[in-house]
Ligand binder design. Structure first.
Ligand code: SF4
Ligand code: SF4
Ligand code: SF4
Length: 525
């Protein structure tokens, strides 16, 4: 649903807030969750006030779907000469009149960013400013419902189309220079972030480093600890982290080990159909629910290690360092996520960098350490496969009944397991080597936690909920697909000709996005 809310008059403090009120009325009508609505409204009000305080006039429009709201506020005004400076808390160029009324404290833009999942701003001096923000409906966000943590910043896109080609479930489109994620298809694997060199694809915003750590428990993955250098080994990083103000610090590896032991026991149960798939990587669970639905029942009925750790600390304030978007999504879904904050690796690295360089941080190395089985290892009958291409091959073999010699499958979306997450920077094999030389004792009895509800298939996009309409659209789609060249070159911005045909039928694209399509008008003599 696309709505234009109202015009905003610069300098008119009496009517200030009218556009935000219109948005609020609309969101109440669609029964939006109060927490999501609050974030959307705070950001809208700040954007509206910026127009009233600084510009001549402006407008607010919103696009709402079942997963998110996107709000755009454009103004005609003096523009912002230095956006970086304007984003700093406390920086303000508001007039004394605005300040007297209690506005213009320099918190508007930072507040908008804080309350949104994606925030974009561009400005031309002498012409005006445009802000665009998205609030994802977190209360509904869950790997169960197919929501995810990948966000697009369209102004950064250079239209290289690498993301469209790398996305295994064909969830990405780049039409008219704007990357779009089809959320029903996205499995949060982050492959697109890995190939996008212009920063047009990113994760939903997580905790910033400014938050206080006191009284909180930190859970950090070993993959993060191995990201520094040959001179700063994981044990040194961990010793540095322990100097921060966290109440307690644990490694998520403890829950990975607990899950592995639980899956080994589960696979050993009498009459168990083998192999079983470990739910260690949420992106792979998403993939199976979307594309390999006959294998859902093969997934061992446990939570992923991050979810299990989160539930074990239920009721306490916990900060996780997540290595990837699927972990972020899993951590922020459902009722157990209430006291959970998530930091992404780049942010936490910034925090940690300072303390690991300090004197007196101990480093302990051990030459030999038992590490999880490498690719293809037969230890405990576990076959580990990493990287989407290999995982899809393995799942196809499994679906065809050709893996009878395997007991357990540990499948990871990223090359080299979580060490290969596109959000981490160290070469994955180097990082894994460094971790393998590190000695750490886990000071907690980590638990594997059983799922309370079975995993359900993900429905994907679908043509229509109404069967007769879906059939009509299907025949339209087939006709259209025949009229496309069948090159599957991706130049249109869709991964295949069939995907473009479906997008045209569903109103997401125009047929002439295909450069080989000649308009009837052009054909005419
Ligand atoms: S995260 Fe993975 S599935 Fe989602 S859009 Fe990116 S590449 Fe596609
Ligand atoms: S990888 Fe995708 S989002 Fe990134 S610049 Fe290329 S087309 Fe745009
Ligand atoms: S392999 Fe690890 S880092 Fe990569 S998607 Fe899966 S859980 Fe996330």
């Amino acid at each position: 649903m696309r709505v234009t809310l109202s015009m905003i008059e610069g300098g008119d403090f009496k009517k200030a807030g009218a556009a935000t009120s219109a948005l609020k009325r609309l969101l109440k009508k669609i029964n939006m969750d109060p927490a999501d609505m609050r974030r959307a409204i705070i950001a809208a009000f700040e954007a509206e006030m910026n127009v009233v305080i600084h510009a001549y006039r402006g407008s607010m429009r919103a696009i709402i779907d079942s997963t998110e709201i996107e709000v755009e506020v454009r103004d005609e005004g003096p523009g912002i000469p230095d956006i970086e400076q304007a984003m700093q808390e406390g920086f303000s160029t508001a007039s004394p009149a605005a300040r007297q009324l209690g506005y213009g404290a320099g918190l508007g833009l930072p507040n908008m960013k804080k309350n949104s999942d994606v925030f974009e701003i561009d400005s031309t001096v002498g012409q005006g400013t445009r802000v665009l923000y998205t609030v994802c409906f977190r209360s509904q966000e869950s790997s169960e419902t197919g929501h995810n943590s990948i966000r697009a910043i369209s102004t950064n896109c250079r239209q290289c189309l690498y993301c469209v080609r790398v996305c295994a479930p064909k969830a990405l489109r780049v039409y008219d220079g704007k990357p779009q994620i089809l959320r029903e298809l996205c499995i949060d694997c982050a492959a697109c972030i890995g190939v996008c060199k212009s920063g047009a694809l990113t994760t939903a915003s997580a905790m910033s480093e400014a938050q206080p750590f006191e009284e909180k428990v930190l859970l950090v993955p070993p993959h993060f600890l191995a990201q520094f250098s040959a001179a700063i080994y994981p044990s040194r990083v961990l010793a540095g982290i322990r100097k921060l103000a966290f109440r307690e610090v644990y490694l998520t590896e403890a829950w990975e080990n607990a899950l592995r032991s639980a899956v080994i026991r589960y696979a050993a149960e009498e009459a168990r159909q083998l192999p079983v798939i470990s739910p260690v990587c949420p992106a792979i669970v998403n993939l199976i629910r979307l594309r390999f639905q006959s294998l859902i029942e093969v997934i061992a009925p446990f939570l992923s290690p991050f979810e299990a750790a989160r539930n074990q600390f239920n009721g306490q304030k916990v900060v996780f360092v997540a290595c990837c978007p699927c972990q972020l999504t899993a951590l922020t879904a459902g009722s157990f996520s209430r006291n959970v904050e998530v930091m992404m690796p780049a942010t936490f690295r910034h925090v940690v960098q300072r303390v690991v360089m300090e004197e007196g941080v101990e480093e302990r190395l051990q030459q030999v350490r038992i590490i999880p089985p490498a690719n293809g290892s037969a230890l405990n009958g576990i076959l580990e496969a990493c990287g989407m291409r290999h995982v899809i091959d393995v799942l196809e073999k499994l679906e065809n009944g050709r893996l009878r010699d395997v007991r357990i499958l540990e499948l990871y979306a990223c090359e080299c397991g979580c060490y290969g997450s596109p959000l981490l920077t160290e070469q994955p094999f180097v990082a894994r080597y460094r971790w393998s030389r590190t000695q750490v004792e886990h000071a907690i009895a980590a638990k594997a936690i059983r799922r309370t509800a079975p995993l359900k298939p993900r429905t994907g996009m679908g043509l229509s909920a109404d069967v007769s309409q879906a059939i009509e659209k299907l025949s339209e789609l087939e006709e259209l697909a025949k009229s496309l060249p069948g090159k599957d070159c991706g130049l249109c911005g869709a991964p295949t000709c069939d995907a473009l045909a479906e997008d045209v039928v569903m109103g997401r694209a125009r047929k002439k996005a295909c450069p080989y399509v000649i308009d009837d008008a052009e054909r005419a003599p």
